[in-house]
Every structure is written in structure tokens, then in C-alpha cells.
Unconditional design. Structure first.
Length: 250
């Protein structure tokens, strides 16, 4: 989180500095345009520092679920959880059925992510009335594992070497075997547990493993910019699942 905070604090400082180049913002202590220039430069330095801080490697001590089986070592991750007042069967069904139009801010955030550009159907340009998980597994993500009422795991390659071409009909074992330089593997899961009072603890975790130092550095810059939007999408996705699972039957 520290690198992300540095990046976005840097963005805010740059904005203040640029505005002060036009009209010094005296209420924040900038009385001259020259001071605004220094603030702008400082903002760029802070952003660059955040983007280039090293990403430590994390390792799972002992595999506890399917996600651990596919990505036991990773450098980037996010984790979100939510309690749902419904049994696991209903929550699991809601995960598979929730649509894009049920996820608040999803269309806005993915439009920003693709910078308003049109494109083929994908997770960033998903049909509103189609289950999002269905879109995900048909447009670039591979279904790696599925244990009904317990866990769903999907994965994709978010960085590949120049000139690389995927093999037709890849399998989960093909995905697991990718470890040569130039790749970054991303895996996301939904995991369900009984909460002991008739409800469900629903979690989602995303992990990314870069196979070499250069790919890790390049992906770190991208991850630290998109992280806040990515985290918000995950939270809104969980809330959409919660609303659907808790809705009265029929």
C-alpha cells in the first residue's frame, strides 16, 4: 500500500503545483509561480519513487485452497471480504449469476481503465445483462479450478514476452507451468466459508506473479496506478453478490 499512497499523493501534489503555475494557491502556502514549479517537480519525484519501489516476494507457507495451488508465490495482491446473510449455496449461485448492471460503478471504472476506447467484448467492455463471471471466462481468463459452494479460481496472463503466441485450448496445468522470463500471471478467486451463524464469509483475492525482475518492475508501475480502481471494482462486485444472495426468493 505504501507505493500506491506515494503514487497518488504525488499525483495530488502535481495537480496543486500545475494549478499554482497559473495562479499561486496562497491558501496552501504557494505564493509564487516559481514555488509552484518546485511543487510540481516534487510531485513527479514522489510519483516516480512510488512507481519504482521494489515489490517484495510473498510466499504461502502451506497451501490451504486452490488459489494457493496455482500462485503460491507472488509479488502483488489484493484481498477483500464480506459477510453475507445467506447460505453458501445461494452465495455461490449469486457469484455465477451476478450481472454487470448490478455492480455499481463498474461501467464507469472500466471505461476510465480503457480510456474510453471501444473494443471487443471483454471484462473491460462487458455486456450489461450478461453474468460477469461468464464474460470473464470467455474473454481471456481461464477457469483454473471450481469447487461448488466453496471456491472458483480464474487466471490470465497480464504480461507476455514480445512475439509470444498462446497455444490453442490451454489447460490449467499449462497455466501453472508458465515460469519462463517475460510473463506475469494473474489469478483471482472467490472463496466461501460458513460463518457459524447461518451465513457465509465471502472473500476474493487477486495475486500476480512476475517471472523475472524486469517484468516485475514494469508491472509494478501499472499495478500502482490501477490498484484503487481495481479494489473498488472488487468491493462493488462483492456487494452485488451480497444483494443478490440476500434478496428474497422469487
Amino acid at each position: 500500500m505504501i507505493p500506491v499512497v506515494c503514487v497518488y499523493t504525488g499525483f495530488a501534489v502535481i495537480l496543486v503545483g500545475v494549478v499554482s503555475l497559473v495562479k499561486p494557491l496562497r491558501w496552501v502556502g504557494i505564493r509564487k509561480r516559481s514555488r509552484g514549479l518546485l511543487v510540481t517537480v516534487g510531485g513527479f519525484c514522489l510519483t516516480a519513487a512510488g512507481m519504482n519501489l521494489p515489490a517484495p516476494e510473498l510466499r504461502v507457507a502451506a497451501a490451504q485452497n486452490q488459489l494457493d495451488q496455482f500462485i503460491p508465490v507472488y509479488q502483488f495482491h489484493e484481498f477483500h471480504s464480506m459477510r453475507v446473510a445467506a447460505p453458501k449455496e445461494r452465495v455461490y449461485r449469486a457469484i455465477k449469476e451476478v450481472r454487470v448492471d448490478e455492480i455499481r460503478l463498474f461501467r464507469t471504472l472500466t471505461w476510465i481503465r480503457r480510456m474510453g476506447r471501444p473494443g471487443p467484448e471483454s471484462v473491460l467492455n462487458a455486456p450489461e445483462r450478461q453474468p460477469l463471471l461468464e464474460v470473464v471466462t470467455h474473454t481471456g481468463f481461464l477457469l483454473l479450478a471450481e469447487e461448488p459452494n466453496q471456491e472458483i479460481v480464474v487466471g490470465t496472463l497480464v504480461a507476455v514476452p514480445p512475439g509470444w503466441r498462446p497455444k490453442p485450448n490451454p489447460t490449467p496445468e499449462d497455466f501453472r507451468a508458465v515460469r519462463v522470463p517475460g510473463f506475469a500471471l494473474a489469478v483471482m478467486n472467490f472463496h466461501l466459508e460458513d460463518d457459524g451463524v447461518g451465513g457465509t464469509l465471502l472473500t476474493t483475492e487477486t495475486r500476480v506473479y512476475a517471472t523475472d525482475a524486469g517484468t516485475r518492475r514494469r508491472f509494478a508501475r501499472y499495478w500502482r496506478v490501477i490498484y484503487p480502481g481495481s479494489a473498488l471494482i472488487r468491493r462493488m462486485w462483492l456487494r452485488a453478490v451480497q444483494r443478490r444472495a440476500e434478496a428474497p426468493a422469487g
